[in-house]
Design a binder for this molecule. Structure first.
Ligand code: PEP
Ligand code: MN
Length: 341
């Protein structure tokens, strides 16, 4: 259920409606809009009794929300969500490029990459300190040491940091150190982790599980939002299909579909989808053309020596080439390319 308030409704009237909702044992979610406030309701298992709410002061309309994803859907919030990270705005008219190594390996590797990303105009730095790996024998990341190195890179370049949080145990450390919390593909349905991210003040980049349906993806985002965190970015990173030439299959189709159904920003990760660096630039351009709000790519100064995901990492020269290409593609998609601070 969505309660639409009158344009001139006062703050007290909004609070009074929220109080009545709480009185029914449900949770109100005030959603400010450019013209009027709407209040979403979650926590109900069946229809909410409209009588008690429609007569309250300031209420103009009650709308029944048909989709199972409520806070993430456009039914409750038709306007695009724009997430602010410093002066970077994701989901508005800027297209944001996030780039960096798969994993933080050494100070030198991270700093060299961060300088290359900033130098070519990337807006944010990515890099995993905690790595979820398919094999327990593969490089698991530097952990807290990696977070320190990322902090050093932000200090020098001014680039905000995106890094993955793999479990609730290490959550606090990652939360304190980064600007955006990445929830990896393999954790898309880790509900305790999603709920913890929902209680964070930091924005979340939620990656789609490689076999996650659109509905499961939006409901995973709903877990985060229903705990109170409105700042969620949806990241398409490739799904498992029958490709025998790429690591996964980039589901470009989900980009315009998500745009229609959800107000949340959409980021596309062509690196994990392709698994091969020579496919990354064309896929990034396709994502921009399809309406993505941002791109996240892996870059490594020396991909042959990378401890994870080397074959898909762009070299710094290739990253510069990607940015040059995007300077043409992004305006053609009616966006401005966000440049480094
Ligand atoms: C990553 O971003 O390095 C990563 C592990 O991605 P995904 O969760 O999409 O596999
Ligand atoms: Mn990776």
């Amino acid at each position: 259920m969505l309660i639409v308030m009158k344009q001139n409704a006062t703050e007290q009237e909004v609070e009074c409606v929220c109080e009545s909702i709480r009185g029914m044992g449900l949770t109100p979610h005030p959603i400010p809009g450019s013209h009027r406030v709407a209040i979403g309701i979650t926590g109900n298992t069946g229809p909410v009794d409209p009588e008690a709410l429609s007569s309250l002061e300031g209420v103009t309309e009650l709308i029944h929300v048909t989709q199972p994803y409520k806070l993430t859907g456009r039914e409750m919030k038709p306007e695009d969500t724009v997430i602010e990270i410093g002066d970077i705005r994701i989901g508005g008219d800027e297209l944001v490029v996030i780039a960096g190594p798969c994993g933080v390996e050494t100070v030198d590797q991270t700093m060299t990459t961060a300088r290359a990303v900033a130098g070519s105009g990337g807006a944010m730095l990515r890099g995993g300190a905690f790595k979820p790996r398919t094999s327990p024998y593969s490089f698991q990341g530097l952990g807290r040491e990696g977070l320190k190195i990322l902090g050093q890179a932000r200090e020098e370049t001014g680039l905000p940091i995106v890094s993955e949080v793999v479990d609730t145990e290490s959550f606090d450390a990652v939360e304190e150190a980064v600007d955006v919390l990445q929830i990896g593909s393999r954790n898309m349905q880790n509900y305790s982790l999603l709920k913890r991210a929902g209680r964070s003040k930091k924005p979340v980049l939620l990656k789609r599980w490689m076999s996650g349906t659109l509905k499961e993806f939006l409901l995973a985002a709903e877990y985060i939002m229903s705990e109170g965190n409105p700042n969620v970015m949806l990241c398409e990173r490739g799904i498992r299909a029958f490709s025998d030439y790429s690591r996964f299959t980039l589901d470009i189709t989900i980009v315009p579909e998500l745009k229609q159904l959800s107000h949340l920003p959409i980021i596309v990760d062509p690196s994990h989808a392709a698994g091969r660096r020579e496919l990354v630039i064309p896929l990034a351009k396709a994502a921009v053309a399809a309406g993505a709000d941002g791109i996240i790519v892996e870059v490594h100064p020396n991909p042959e020596l990378a401890l994870s995901d080397g074959p898909q990492a762009l070299t710094p020269d290739m990253f510069a080439e990607l940015m040059d290409e995007l300077r043409i593609t992004v305006p053609a998609a009616h966006r401005r390319l966000r440049s480094a601070p």
